[in-house]
Design a binder for this molecule. Structure first.
Ligand code: NZQ
Ligand code: ZN
Length: 381
């Protein structure tokens, strides 16, 4: 087991009506909030009205910044920083999924800087001096950003999608009401399940021996395979939605890192290239790449695959059985496992490889070079 540091300052308010304290929580932070939302789902399902009613009752003034797209772009974060400065915001409130929350994190840091937020993602080691506090009202179970220090944005024109992390980016409070996720369509419910499972795999394949983390990882996969189909078939099943919400949070809040230096995250880096090139939802890209990645590296991960199979499918099952079960599971929930299902044909392969090279896509443990990119591409075509 490796030495590790465990730290997570985000307070989670979980359950039905848990946003009812957001007005008083916000009033503790200040008198002015910039609310950031996506393309309108939180207006349609009434979540935004509930949040703003609580703010009004607590005399917290707010402005709205709307229109964040899925696979969010840094230019929107820069525009929101300008609005936050002009308004004199004392906090940011993100109401939405991972794209809205990641944008909000960039705005929190960008508020105290005089350059584009993209500089933070440049890999040049530019760090924020300070950040506005962030309140999160999560509406989609997927990324774990509600309880971690990471943010992922893209520069679409230059084909870069990049993550960046800093301790100032942990949300102050995240409100997780499973009812708010009832309206997530079947597609994005499935992509969220694929994403939470992918985070679990990335950390599980971190090679250092950390038995508790690995046992928890296999439990998360097993429970996701149980509750995922329930939530798709019965979108208003509270228990199914609640379990997916907490599974997705725990999958990437640091719990599974304990005893490991880090996870692999090569599949994530590969997926970011698919998202920036084809605007494919993050989870859909991951469900396409993961089975192919497992087949490509099978010789190196066989023991871990066998353990995953035993713990999720039962004794006597092997890693190969697990890959077959995973592919069948993706079919059941309706997330793709091949590029052709997303109408990405062989004519795009050279562009994919070129962009993988340009973005220096690697894994922490399972290194990928051009020949690996191509082999994985062939397996997921
Ligand atoms: O834009 P709106 O209208 O709000 O609609 C969204 C969007 O179309 C919709 N939606 C969200 N909540 C809903 C809802 N529709 C109906 N009812 C609701 N309650 O769902 C669509 C997808 O939303 P998005 O925020 O893009 O999805 P997700 O939460 O999966 O976030 C994906 C982004 O997070 C990044 C991904 O790369 C991607 O850009 N990630 C962030 C991570 C992090 N910060 O730790 C880790 C992840 O690995 C991931 O990379
Ligand atoms: Zn992810």
């Amino acid at each position: 087991m490796e030495n590790f540091s465990a730290y997570n300052p985000t307070r989670i308010q979980f359950g039905r009506d848990c946003t009812k304290s957001i007005g008083t929580d916000a009033a503790f932070l200040g008198k002015k909030a910039l609310i950031i939302i996506g393309k309108g789902s939180v207006k349609k399902n009434g979540v935004l009205d509930q949040v703003t009613a609580h703010l009004k009752a607590a005399n917290v003034a707010y402005e709205l910044f709307e229109g964040i797209k899925s696979n969010p772009e840094y230019q929107d974060a820069d525009a929101a920083v300008a609005q936050a400065k002009a308004f004199g915001a004392e906090m940011i409130i993100a109401v939405g999924g991972g794209s809205v929350i990641d944008t909000a994190k960039a705005v929190c840091a960008g508020f105290y800087s005089d350059h584009s937020v993209w500089e933070f993602y440049s890999g040049k080691g530019i760090k924020p001096k300070a950040a506005l506090p962030l309140l999160v009202v999560l509406t989609l179970a997927a990324t774990g950003t509600e309880m971690n220090r990471f943010t992922v944005l893209q520069d679409t024109a230059n084909k870069h999608k990049r993550g960046w992390g800093n301790e100032l980016l942990y949300p102050y409070i995240s409100y997780l009401d499973p009812v708010y996720t009832f309206s997530v369509p079947a597609g994005y419910t499935a992509y969220g399940i694929a994403d939470l499972m992918a985070h679990t795999f990335e950390l599980y394949f971190g090679v250092d021996a950390a038995p508790l983390s690995d046992h928890l990882a296999t439990d998360i996969i097993k429970l996701a395979m149980e509750y995922g189909p329930q939530a798709i078939t019965h979108p208003e099943d509270y228990d199914a939605r609640a379990n997916l919400l907490w599974l997705s949070t725990v999958a990437l809040n640091g719990t599974l890192n304990a005893g490991k230096r880090n996870g692999d995250f090569g599949v994530h880096a590969y997926e970011h290239v698919l998202s920036v090139l084809f605007d494919i939802p993050h989870g859909a890209g991951l469900s396409i790449i993961y089975p192919a990645w497992m087949k490509h590296f099978y010789g190196e991960i066989e023991a871990k695959m066998d353990f995953m199979a035993e713990r999720t499918l039962g004794s006597g099952k092997t890693g190969k059985d697990f890959i077959a079960a995973l592919e069948a599971f993706y079919d059941t929930i309706g997330t793709p496992k091949q590029l052709s299902q997303w109408k990405i044909g062989a004519e795009q392969h050279p562009l994919i490889v070129e962009t993988l090279i340009e973005n220096k896509v690697r894994g922490s443990y399972f290194d990928m070079q051009k020949a690996d990119y191509e082999s994985i591409l062939a397996l997921m075509a």
